[in-house]
Design a protein. Structure first.
Length: 480
């Protein structure tokens, strides 16, 4: 009987010990998972604070990407084994976890997948920072894009109409040339010494920036090396389609982020690098001069289309152009030639007005999307007067600022190209902050995956080796 009870107690105690040890092992797994998560979060808690302040982007900078995984592994191992044996002292810890191995299996960088992490963090940052500002810009974009499409369509139709009329007039001119030689100059019209077309040609020869830049502004001669740009490196490495949303809504938010974080020409920011960073996002050129020239040319085309569209609806200005055309053609007086000259004068007039519009924008003024009689600035006889282009900044009713026009132009930019150029200027900004030319966004970690192995000494059933398994935990952390 005594032997039977002893065997029964041994069996019961063994069963209870196995149950307790099984529960303890389950707790070990939970504890190991918590410790691994905490270690991964602790590593990523050492984010680049200046990057957050300057760009609103979270990232863990690692100076050597080739050893980044090993550096993270060493840091996690140090966190999980402060005594190089047990996470907690043996006498107060029933888990008795002992670190076997800690390895960082994967690191995701800010520029991976075409800059997915950069793009998505920027969008998230802007959603939290300026929702009201975002809605205002989307409204302006909707109005601006619609007006731009209408103007471009109208301008193309007018150009086709002018071309058709020109061909028609040239055919008629062949039969009228001999008769027209004897026609007198229209009475009451002064003879113009220089045509508006010649004036515009001379203005273009001076260089477009010389016409529109304020007299007190100088452009830096800083040059960006393509090899130092994120966009250049990524375009050489991959041609993959971006794995992030570049639709209208997301792009509008990203464009607002770029305008919020990076200066344009009118911000007058002093910098050791590029000063026109927002213009770079659109043009992607190596110098401020090239970037600004690209933007100015785009604005001139935009404004010229709007100005020409208005001139074609203004009977008074068309009459002025016709009178000037009759004066310029002089004794020839060929009707087709007069009409061709008239449209050439209108085109020159529209271009001259667009120079004033862009100059006003660069001076800090505003310009309306649609030209009207109230906001038309330049008279026909003043086209050749240099003093007509020396104007101060004016705020037009319903006008948009220079930065808003750039944002509207950025909306027509390809989403991936926009992201690449955005990373370029972000890297430039961080190099200026750290005064370190070797700083690269390719070295900024935004997510990591770690795998940690533990074992644990048995507490309740040390005699059962099967109850001492190796515990493997895979965890990670991402700023997104």
């Amino acid at each position: 009987m005594t032997v039977f009870i002893s065997l029964l107690l041994v069996a019961v105690l063994t069963f209870i010990s196995v149950i307790c040890e099984t529960v303890r092992i389950r707790g070990c797994r939970i504890c190991a998972a918590v410790l691994t998560d905490a270690a991964a979060e602790s590593v990523m808690a050492a984010y680049d604070r200046p990057m957050l302040d300057q760009l609103g982007i979270f990232g863990h900078y690692c100076s050597d990407t080739t050893a980044a995984a090993q550096t993270v592994s060493d840091e996690i191992q140090r966190m999980l084994s402060p005594e190089q044996e047990y996470v907690l002292p043996r006498r107060s810890d029933f888990y008795r976890l002992h670190l076997q191995q800690a390895e960082c299996t994967e690191c995701t960088y800010l520029t991976d997948q075409g800059g997915k992490a950069f793009y998505e963090q920027a969008v998230c940052f802007m959603k939290d920072q300026a929702p009201a500002h975002m809605l205002a810009f989307l409204k302006n974009y909707a109005e601006g894009s619609q007006s731009t499409e209408e103007l471009e369509a109208y301008y193309k139709n007018e150009e086709k109409s002018i071309e058709d009329k020109t061909n028609e007039y040239l055919e008629e001119a062949a039969g009228q040339e001999e008769l027209s030689e004897s026609q007198p100059i229209p009475s009451g019209q002064p003879v113009m010494e220089k045509s508006p077309m010649d004036t515009i040609r001379e203005l273009k020869e001076k260089g477009i920036l010389a016409l529109v830049l304020p007299a007190d502004r100088k452009i830096s001669d800083y040059t960006v090396s393509p090899e130092d740009c994120v966009s250049h490196r990524l375009q050489l490495e991959t041609k993959e389609t971006p794995a992030y949303d570049t639709g209208l809504g997301q792009k509008a938010i990203f464009v607002t982020y770029l305008a919020d974080r990076f200066p344009s020409f009118t911000d007058r920011e002093e910098s050791t690098g590029l000063q026109c960073k927002l213009e770079y996002c659109l043009a992607g050129k190596a110098t401020d001069t090239e970037n600004l020239k690209y933007v100015v040319n785009r604005l001139l085309l935009w404004k010229e289309a709007a100005n020409m569209a208005y001139l074609m609806t203004d009977a008074g200005k068309k009459a002025e152009a016709l009178a000037a055309a009759m004066v310029l053609t002089g004794a020839f007086g060929i009707e087709p030639l007069v009409q061709i000259t008239k449209y050439a004068i209108l085109l020159a007039w529209a271009y001259a007005e667009s120079i004033l519009d862009v100059r006003n924008l660069l001076n800090g003024g505003s310009s309306a999307l649609i030209k009207t009689q109230n906001n038309w600035k330049l008279s026909l006889e003043k086209i050749g007067d240099p003093a007509s282009y020396e104007t101060e900044a004016k705020q037009e009713d319903g006008g948009l600022q220079y930065e808003t026009y750039i944002k509207l132009l950025l909306m027509f930019q390809d989403g991936q190209t926009l992201c690449l150029h955005g990373m370029d200027v972000a890297q430039m900004r961080m190099r200026e902050v750290y005064q370190e030319d070797r700083y690269c966004l390719d070295q900024v970690i935004t997510a990591l995956t770690v795998q940690v192995s533990f074992d644990s000494s048995s507490v309740f059933a040390g005699f059962v080796d099967a109850l001492r398994p190796e515990i493997r935990i895979t965890s990670g952390y991402s700023y997104l």
